[in-house]
Design a protein around this ligand. Structure first.
Ligand code: SAM
Length: 381
């Protein structure tokens, strides 16, 4: 048990049965009650990512309960039976931890700030205070916490986490190890390889039917500087990486062809049937869809597809994904689109090779798209 037993006298630890402090009287009130459930973990999220982080958590942890908190754009309230294991798991999850500002376990909840003065701190421990909203910190240190609490934000052994939300103070004291990882999961936001890497890592995390197996072959179209290729190679996938730009990674499983995709079909054929086709080219999504249809004959049965639909002028992402999916639909099944935590304005589209694709139909769609591209070029000239 990593949660320190510091309970003020006479208080009971909140467990899953004692979580509701507004007792439901009939069905009508149950929504209200959910809204007032006491969380076991509160996440503070980077602006505008709350829905995407919530969706990801619900996808990844089947028994998680996210308590609705419309009032707060940047807080996610979580209940989870095994919450003490969930905290380190979220902390070390490279997909979401870039979107998380802080993780605050909550063992107790009170309306009365003075209850915090009853916190029993161990004189042998050194504490760091993690308070939200931060403006409460000074008052809590100066007027509320017992004066003997030994605080040191750098060299601490325990954290006192306090979050004030819905007129209540949710709080817990936890050992440092529960919130501070000894693994380096930090990411340099300027590191483009890392940023791209997270997009593909998140897609595989969310698409649980996409199983990676050693010995598979992947084609990465628009691979430079190499985030996606490095993810695939690190997962033991032989990867043919196509891009006229340089790769910043070298790996024995990565073979880079420094050309445009249009000039590489011979090399793709030699490489052999492709199990994983990925494409992050920064070109119009309909040209991407056309290219993915051209590559279809080189794919193995049930090959998987991951492409980014980049937003282009005059088209919003939703419309783009719609027309891109229709076009992909002649050769691919099970087309899904995601707005990932790691997506900017773009969307990520996944699919599987269709078993009964009609190559005549595919050829027709490719020719139509080529004609449109020609017409567009003529009108620009
Ligand atoms: C956003 S970057 C890809 C980032 C990459 N997924 C990663 O993980 O590092 C887009 C790349 O698409 C490439 N690209 C654009 N048009 C291309 C084409 N016709 N054939 C091959 N690559 C192309 C560009 O050269 C650029 O390097």
């Amino acid at each position: 048990m990593n949660v320190v037993d510091h309970l003020p006298n006479g208080r009971r630890e909140l467990n899953s049965r004692a979580c509701v402090y507004c007792t439901p009287t009939n069905g009508e009130h149950s929504r209200l009650c959910v809204a007032h459930m006491i969380p076991q973990i509160i996440l503070r999220i980077v602006g505008n990512k709350k829905k995407r982080v919530t969706d990801f958590l619900e996808h990844r942890y089947k028994d998680i309960l996210i308590i609705p908190t419309q009032k707060y754009d940047d807080l996610i309230f979580i209940r989870y039976d095994n919450w003490e294991n969930l905290v380190p798991s979220i902390r070390d999850d490279i997909v979401i931890n870039r979107a998380i500002i802080s993780i605050s376990p909550c063992v107790y909840s009170t309306k009365d700030i003075n209850e915090l003065s009853l916190i029993k701190c161990n004189p042998a421990h050194v504490y760091k205070l993690q308070v939200f909203p931060r403006k409460l910190t000074e008052n809590i240190i100066d007027n509320i916490l017992p004066s003997e609490v030994n605080l040191d934000p750098k060299n601490f052994t325990h954290l006192i986490c306090i979050t004030f939300a819905y007129e209540r103070y949710h709080y817990a004291i936890v050992k440092k190890e529960i919130l501070v990882s000894d693994k380096d999961t930090s990411v340099d936001p300027d590191d483009v390889i890392s940023r791209a890497y997270h997009k593909i890592a998140e897609t595989f995390a969310i698409e649980s039917s996409f199983k990676i197996k050693e010995g598979m072959k992947a084609l990465d179209v628009g691979a430079s500087p190499g985030g996606w290729s490095s993810y695939l190679a690190m997962n033991k996938i032989s990867t043919l990486s196509i891009d006229p730009g340089d790769l910043q990674v070298t790996h024995p499983l990565i073979c880079h062809i420094k050309k445009r995709i249009e000039d590489c079909f011979h090399e793709i054929e030699l490489f052999g049937p492709i199990d994983i086709l990925v494409c992050d080219m920064n070109i119009h999504p309909l040209n991407v869809a056309k290219t993915m249809l051209q590559i279809l004959p080189y794919l193995s049965e049930e090959a998987i597809l991951i492409v980014t639909a980049k937003e282009v002028e005059h088209y919003r992402s939703k419309k783009l994904v719609g027309i891109m999916s229709r076009m992909l639909g002649v050769g691919y099944d099970d087309i899904k689109s995601y707005f990932l935590i790691s997506n900017g304005k773009e969307r990520t589209v996944t699919a599987r090779k269709k078993s009964n694709a009609s190559f005549d139909e595919i050829q027709k769609v490719i020719e139509e798209q080529e004609k449109t591209e020609q017409d567009n070029m003529t009108s620009v000239v």
